[in-house]
Design a protein around this ligand. Structure first.
Ligand SMILES: NC(=O)c1ccc[n+]([C@@H]2O[C@H](COP(=O)([O-])OP(=O)(O)OC[C@H]3O[C@@H](n4cnc5c(N)ncnc54)[C@H](OP(=O)(O)O)[C@@H]3O)[C@@H](O)[C@H]2O)c1
Length: 373
């Protein structure tokens, strides 16, 4: 019995000796601040990758994918939140004590400072697709980004990664896009080493892109005749890229445009959704002035509807400006045609079950590509 206990003790000591063994690559010295970041443990969620990271905007769509990747390798993550219910799912992504929720308010600088003060990396994912009565685009995309950058500079944060959007341009007719560009410039003027990330429309399990197009069903509107070109990107790919930026010193001071590997018009996307879900999707072209007016009228509803600024964005083709891309991070973006079914399956009509079990021509006129099935 005693011999058995001794054996167990010895193997435990041997295991901890292995876990504590360190190598040169476990030590990272920040080129900016000289701060040392030391990894300990075997690399899983119970070990530590040495980083203390604050992710502003983590309660949104992209945030959960990013936190999941960071927490899985044992980072300490500060999770700033407004509503306690919105951050609960994030707490279980890391080991006990590794995810630290902190309540913040964008107009309470002390609360923002408390969330940044101990961190070596700050991700700013704050953003809003529409203006609210309390916060304008400028408040969230410019002022808040500026305050966070100043605080990060004050507390000698090594890495500041700012989330912008593809097509961000000071002269854009969309306020969302022009304020995103202003935010980029302000952050860069405060922290020249900041990394700027510009994703195109992101799709995934709980997105506001594919799901919204599918949900619009018969009422689907094709603003701009459906000819606007988009390059939707999988949210998982964006999260992987942002995770790589954490220790990727070649990303310092760079701008990345993260887009999907294929370009579609809205019309093509609607046809893809139609074929995948068998939904009876209408084909109405709504001229821009009518769409903008409808959006303004619908905005009086207490829930989120299509905003006038979103109508403006739906008129702008996705364009790359020559910044770095997924290639520079050695990431091969996922194809929408291969993974789209995962996110669209829930929208399939029961009519789908009545289809003959034949791949190829289905339901007289409708043709399914076998990869969608
Ligand atoms: N989704 C896309 O297709 C897409 C495309 C291009 C760029 N982007 C940008 O990428 C970033 C992440 O996108 P996402 O889809 O994850 O965004 P999201 O789901 O809308 O989440 C936005 C985050 O910002 C926070 N936030 C917004 N306004 C705030 C305010 N006034 N005070 C405090 N927090 C506030 C939200 O907090 P609450 O949960 O408390 O509201 C949430 O955590 C955003 O900057 C977005 O503009 C997104």
């Amino acid at each position: 019995m005693i011999a058995g206990l001794n054996l167990a003790k010895q193997s435990k000591q041997a295991a901890s000796a292995v876990a504590q063994k360190r190598f040169a690559h476990d030590l990272i010295v920040s080129p900016k601040t000289g701060r040392t970041i030391i990894r300990t443990g075997g690399g899983g969620r119970s070990s530590s990758n040495g980083h203390v990271i604050t992710v502003f905007g983590c309660t949104g769509f992209l945030g959960r994918y990013l936190i999941n990747r960071l927490a899985r390798e044992g980072a300490h993550i500060i999770v700033p939140y407004r509503d306690e219910d919105d951050m609960r799912h994030l707490k279980v992504m890391g080991d006990l004590g590794k995810i630290v929720p902190m309540e913040i308010h964008l107009r309470n600088k002390d609360s923002l400072e408390a969330a940044i003060r101990h961190s070596d990396t700050v991700y700013n994912l704050l953003g809003r697709d529409y203006e609210t009565k309390n916060f304008s685009f400028s408040d969230v995309h410019v002022e808040a980004a500026g305050v966070l950058a100043e605080l990060a500079q004050k507390h000698e944060v090594d890495r500041f990664i700012q989330m912008s959007a593809l097509n961000a341009d000071i002269d854009s007719p969309s306020k969302f896009l022009s304020t995103k560009a202003e935010g980029e410039n302000l952050v860069r003027s405060i922290i020249p080493s900041a990394t700027i990330v510009r994703p195109s429309a992101m799709y995934g399990q709980e997105d506001r892109f594919l799901a919204r197009l599918a949900m619009s069903r018969g009422l689907s509107v094709r603003i701009n005749g459906g000819i606007t070109k988009v390059r939707p990107v999988n949210v998982s790919d964006v999260a992987t890229a942002m995770h790589k930026m954490l220790d990727g010193h070649n990303t310092v001071g760079e701008t990345f445009e993260l887009v999907g590997n294929q370009e579609y018009t809205y019309k093509e996307l609607m046809n893809f959704i139609k074929e995948t879900t068998n939904l009876d999707i209408g084909d109405i072209n709504v001229p821009k002035p009518v769409a903008s007016l409808l959006a303004k009228v619908m905005n009086v509803l207490p829930w989120q509807t299509l905003g006038a600024d979103e109508v403006e964005r739906m008129m702008i083709d996705d364009k790359l400006t020559g910044a770095k891309t997924f290639d520079d991070l050695e990431i091969d973006p996922t194809s929408l045609e291969v993974t789209g079914i995962q996110y669209l399956r829930r929208f399939r009509t029961n009519l789908y079950n009545d289809e003959p079990l034949k791949k190829g021509v289905v339901n007289k006129k409708k043709v399914f590509h076998t990869s969608y099935l």
